[in-house]
Design a protein around this ligand. Structure first.
Ligand code: PGA
Length: 242
């Protein structure tokens, strides 16, 4: 079994500097393994990273040609073209500009049966996983993807009951309709990633960062499970430093 290391943040001067360092790591991963499976978070934190990757792809398209992309989670009950969805975000940030439609996989936001959709995702990951590099953000309430704080957590992809904090997420601010549930990779699927890149930015993340740095694993703070992973790169900006 691989030894774990204490979760130690690397602190950068700005969100821009975090994003640049993260872009370097993603590019290194793709250079080492052209068909890497990259799992992509959405939200405010990784937006600049994806801008930088798009710029790089324009200059060096070959780098991304064999990349495989996976959506980490989704707001359930919104149509696929709703601008608030993770689908809309990723299509515009990376999938369309990089021309990777056929190498991209993700939850539907409006499945007929959400449970079946999650079983489909879990089975896809068993066949095509594990994830090589999983890009994650830190929820204000400690959620990881849409694995929400609870007395028990789920290992595989599942339908999530959204917390009030998640329902106030920035992505939903201008949406007329709110999601009824979440669809998310499970903690086990995330923890099986070869490497995890956790990006944290801004003063609003100071409190969850303080909790994350406590040397304990708790189901009411799902991000704390990252203490059990041997290869987590925790990149934060100065504003997020507790
Ligand atoms: P954010 O979202 O990047 O928009 O802060 C992170 C999260 O809630 O998981």
């Amino acid at each position: 079994m691989t030894k774990t290391r204490p979760l130690t943040p690397r602190v950068f001067a700005s969100h821009e500097a975090v994003s640049r360092h993260a872009a370097g790591l993603v590019i290194r991963q793709l250079t080492r393994k052209h068909d890497s499976l990259l799992c992509l978070a959405t939200g405010g934190t990784p937006t600049r990273l994806y801008d930088l990757l798009r710029d790089r792809a324009q200059r060096k398209p070959a780098l991304f040609r064999q990349a495989r992309l996976l959506k980490l989670d989704e707001w359930g009950g919104l149509s696929m073209d709703n601008p608030a969805t993770c689908e809309h975000y990723l299509q515009n940030a990376l999938i369309k500009p990089l021309g990777l439609q056929r190498r991209y996989h993700g939850f539907r936001s409006d499945p007929l049966d959400p449970e079946t959709e999650c079983r489909r995702m879990a089975s896809w990951l068993r066949r095509h996983g594990p994830i090589d590099l999983c890009i994650l953000g830190l929820g204000i309430n400690g959620h990881l993807a849409l694995n929400e704080p609870a007395s028990a957590l789920r290992a595989e992809s599942h339908v999530a009951r959204l917390s009030s904090e998640s329902l106030q997420h920035g992505m939903l601010k201008s949406s007329l309709k709110l999601p009824r549930y979440g669809l998310t990779l499970g903690l086990g699927e995330i923890m099986q990633s070869d490497t995890i890149l956790l990006l944290v930015s801004g003063a609003s993340k100071r409190a969850p960062m303080r909790q994350l740095l406590q040397p304990e694993v708790r189901t009411d703070f799902p991000a704390s499970f990252l203490h059990l992973h041997p290869r987590v790169q925790l990149l934060i900006d100065r504003d997020a430093k507790p």
